[in-house]
Design a binder for this molecule. Structure first.
Ligand SMILES: Nc1ncnc2c1ncn2[C@@H]1O[C@H](COP(=O)(O)OP(=O)(O)O)[C@@H](O)[C@H]1O
Ligand SMILES: [Mg+2]
Length: 246
């Protein structure tokens, strides 16, 4: 049986994993702060719209949507236009959390509630018929739930719902150092694969690299590949490897 692939469209990435992610599965993108998780997730969503005509949902728990629109305009991504075209829905799960009012179209309630997020996804699905989603980040949800066992169940509910809704998704996860692949030790159990982004110091410069740590059903690269953040977003150097110790 040939499994359907969902290309991320991120230059150099898809060739590391037989053409892309598996359709209707959820993947974890882990990395320390500043490693490029939010850019990776948004580039996946924007490419889905622009290259594959697949609408996308971006759940933002850490940055207000207006900041995302502003920051990502430097990569030439006009998020507002994509939203106006009903190809992109950004859920503001940030403002209410910090007690600010929001005039966004899609707002998640406070405190975090899985049922409400799922209802929101179903409503958006009816409106835009998304095929891709990003949840940025699971870590802030983990902090609001606290108990790892409960967090695992809630994440499983979210990922399963996304899969049933026909969404191929990325969940980001902020780790504190590069010794682990998840923050609460449970996020990787509810996802089909884990991509780890590194931002490590090598002498007096920092180097970005990534690794496909796990990807079920895929003969993926087992190497660590350098990547860059350019004025068009992430570019992975798939033919190069990083040998130094991470
Ligand atoms: N236009 C740009 N060109 C190059 N690097 C950039 C650009 N915009 C952001 N970055 C880099 O990306 C980092 C933020 O990436 P982000 O995806 O927000 O990280 P994370 O979500 O992992 O914390 C910044 O700290 C900066 O180093
Ligand atoms: Mg981020």
């Amino acid at each position: 049986m040939v499994l359907e692939r969902v290309p991320t469209g991120i230059p150099g990435f898809d060739e590391l994993c037989e053409g892309g992610l598996l359709r209707d599965r959820t993947y974890l993108v882990s990395g320390t702060s500043g490693s490029g998780k939010t850019i990776f997730a948004m580039q996946y969503i924007v490419n889905g719209i622009q290259m594959f005509n697949e609408p996308g949902i971006f759940v933002a728990t850490e940055e207000r949507p207006q900041h995302l629109r502003e920051h990502f305009s430097v990569f030439g991504w006009d998020l507002e236009k994509l939203e106006d075209e009903n190809m992109l829905a950004i859920v503001d799960a940030t403002s209410t959390k910090i007690g600010l009012p929001s005039d966004e179209k899609y707002i998640d309630v406070r405190p975090f509630d899985t049922r409400s997020l799922i209802d929101q996804m179903i409503t958006i699905q009816d409106e835009i018929g998304a095929r891709r989603a990003a949840l940025d980040s699971t870590t802030s949800i983990g902090f609001s739930i606290q108990d790892p066992a409960k967090f695992r169940v809630e994440l499983l509910k979210i990922s399963t719902t996304m899969e049933i809704l026909g969404l191929t998704s990325l969940f980001t996860c902020e780790i504190v150092d590069s010794s682990g692949i998840s923050r609460f030790g449970v996020e990787n159990f509810v996802t089909e694969g884990t991509i780890v982004l590194y931002y490590t110091r090598s002498e007096n410069v920092r180097v970005r690299s990534l690794e496909i740590f796990k990807m079920r059903g895929s003969n993926h690269s087992k190497k660590i590949h350098p990547f860059e953040i350019t004025d068009k977003g992430i570019v992975v150097h798939s033919r190069e490897e990083v040998y130094s110790e991470i």
